[in-house]
Design a protein around this ligand. Structure first.
Ligand code: F6P
Length: 547
């Protein structure tokens, strides 16, 4: 068992924290006017300014020493090479291989995975071109107008987030729908909107056993068959993306219409695999390739750059600094780009399913904090909702502010206004407003002293609230690919430091098992043995049902 908190590097950070905890970033900026140059880095068209963090050069040295002690670089090489670093599932972790160009080769346990990946890509490319060019038609000969991706978790969040982010690149005569929730309202609303003769359903499930996805897929199929369509027409309207050919075939989908991938692609890392079929259909193969290329560039940067110049490593270390030393329990994601409105939701799964763990890889219990709560909404909307708490609440909430320099929609001065807010927020969070400033502002307005004394404390902003500013020139497919890979690698580094397996997700299993048992009880009307709350609720439900 590795005793992280008793390592020399951890203890050095703890002592350093005692020194730095009371310093204010305002003073750090006054003392060192070169902070921006010192604490910002550019790579893969991404600028990271991390100067508005509660760090000095010494903090950075100590954090980097921690990364070195945790052997992050060696683990990156192990992952890239296809070693089975996902030990609890005995699997390799090779989403980075999905981004390798055709010209490369990567032999893992005797097989060239790059060759396999590109063979599947060619299959998907050809299909995508047919649909987009209207050569693939529905059973009545009409071209496809609506694409419905049925999946959940990684088989939904990644494709949905990317399709939304790249809307300006979307083929305009295709409508995209994403159904994930087992709540029948989700599929019903989509079924009500589409014409079955021109709809293509993509059943996206790595395992093809996920209860929600199969229920939605079955309902879609029965809605299809209760329109004028017949069984034989399913082949033109249902395709599958999965690693499980047997289950796909048992469901009734022709395996020629199945786009495969491999168990070494984790669900939350799967948008780069065939799970990205809906993205390809939306933006076309060329743009999807640009997305992959952006991620590939970030993969190279992550593997090659020194820790102090390495964007994912820096982001990870700052997260550890706040989570483990300042006791920050959540991390906000603030994209100042409406197209990134599902980015925080996507990152929730990526980060929380990866690092929401309580034991180390060897099974020993952890005595320090691991993954934070990830949350956020696009700016400027967030400013009018929850920013109050980030500015003046009692918790420290580190935040990533993300924005493109160029807008996809140059309407009036909207983008300038958006970016003015973007810059202003991180400045305000860092600088804050002192009591003296608050009082003198009120005085300037001619307010009486008694009222100033009552009001001023409410107008104080402590400041010293950490933010990372992340900018890309434009939210292109390539830039988006780099941004996503940047976060994947950040999560990887944190997982390595905390010593957890970032690639399993056993924590979702218990609820699934209990739901299966409870569903049986609900259907039979016989409540099994539970705690009194669960039994009471089930009986309440069954009684109400029978009325
Ligand atoms: O609920 C957990 C999970 O296994 C995720 O990790 C995964 O992305 C999701 O379910 C969907 O799984 P599948 O693609 O196998 O349907």
């Amino acid at each position: 068992m590795r005793d992280l908190v008793n390592t020399h590097e951890w203890k050095a950070l703890q002592s350093h924290f005692e020194v730095i905890r009371d310093s204010h970033m305002r003073d750090l900026f006054t003392e060192d006017p070169d902070r921006f140059n010192k604490f910002s880095v550019s790579a893969c068209d991404v600028l990271l300014d991390y100067s508005k963090n509660r760090i000095t050069s010494e903090s950075l040295d100590l954090l980097v020493a921690l990364a070195e002690a945790c052997d992050v670089k060696a683990e990156v090489q192990r992952m890239y090479a296809g070693e089975r670093i996902n030990s609890t599932e005995d699997r390799s972790v090779l989403h980075t291989a999905l981004r390798l160009p055709k010209t490369e080769s990567l032999v893992v346990y005797g097989e060239d995975v790059v060759e396999q990946i590109h063979a599947v890509s060619d299959h998907a490319n050809a299909f995508v071109n047919k649909v987009r060019n209207k050569e693939w038609t529905g059973y009545t000969g009409k071209p496809i107008t609506d694409i419905v991706n049925i999946g959940i978790g990684g088989s939904d969040l990644g494709p949905l987030m990317v399709c939304e982010a790249l809307k300006p690149w979307q083929q305009k005569d295709l409508n995209f729908h994403f159904v994930s929730n087992v709540d029948g309202s989700h599929i019903a609303e989509v079924i009500n909107q589409v014409d079955m003769q021109t709809t293509l359903f993509i059943i996206a499930s790595k395992t093809f056993t996920t209860q929600e996805t199969l229920a939605n897929a079955r309902s879609a199929r029965s809605a299809f068959l209760t329109s004028d369509a017949a069984e034989k027409d399913i082949a033109k309207h249902f395709v599958a993306v999965s690693t499980n050919a047997e289950a796909v075939s048992a469901f009734g989908i022709d395996t020629n219409n199945m786009f495969r991938f491999w168990d070494w692609v984790g669900g939350r890392y799967s948008l780069w695999s065939s799970i990205g079929l809906s993205i390809r259909l939306s933006v076309g193969n060329e743009n999807y390739d640009a997305l992959l290329d952006g991620a590939y560039q970030m993969d190279r940067h992550f593997a090659e750059a020194d820790y102090k110049q390495n964007i994912p490593v820096l982001l990870a270390l700052l997260g550890v600094w706040y989570g483990n030393f300042f006791n920050a329990r959540s991390h906000a994601i603030e994209p100042y780009d409406q197209y990134l409105h599902r980015f925080a939701a996507y990152l929730q799964q990526l980060d929380m399913e990866s690092n929401g763990k309580r034991v180390q890889i060897d099974g020993s219990e952890i005595n320090y904090k691991t993954g934070p709560v990830i949350w956020g909404e696009p700016g400027t909307n967030g400013q009018h909702a929850f920013f109050q708490l980030i500015h003046q609440g009692t918790d420290m909430i580190p935040a990533d502010f993300i924005a493109p320099i160029k807008s996809q929609n140059a309407i009036g001065n909207h983008h300038e206004m958006l970016l003015a807010n973007f810059f202003a927020q991180t400045e305000a969070l860092m600088t804050g407003k002192t009591l003296q400033q608050a009082e003198s502002e009120l005085r300037d307005k001619g307010i009486e002293e008694a009222q100033i004394a009552a009001l001023a404390p409410h107008k104080v902003f402590e400041g010293n609230r950490p933010t990372n500013t992340i900018m890309v020139n434009e939210l292109t497919p390539k830039a988006l690919g780099s941004l996503i890979a940047m976060y994947e690698h950040k999560v990887f580094v944190q997982g390595k430091i905390w010593g957890v397996n970032s690639f399993d997700q056993w924590g979702v299993e218990l609820g699934k098992q209990l739901a299966t048992a409870i569903l049986g009880e609900m259907q039979s009307g016989k409540v099994g043995v539970h705690d009194s709350s669960t039994s009471g609720l089930l009986e309440h439900y069954l009684k109400s049902q029978s009325k």
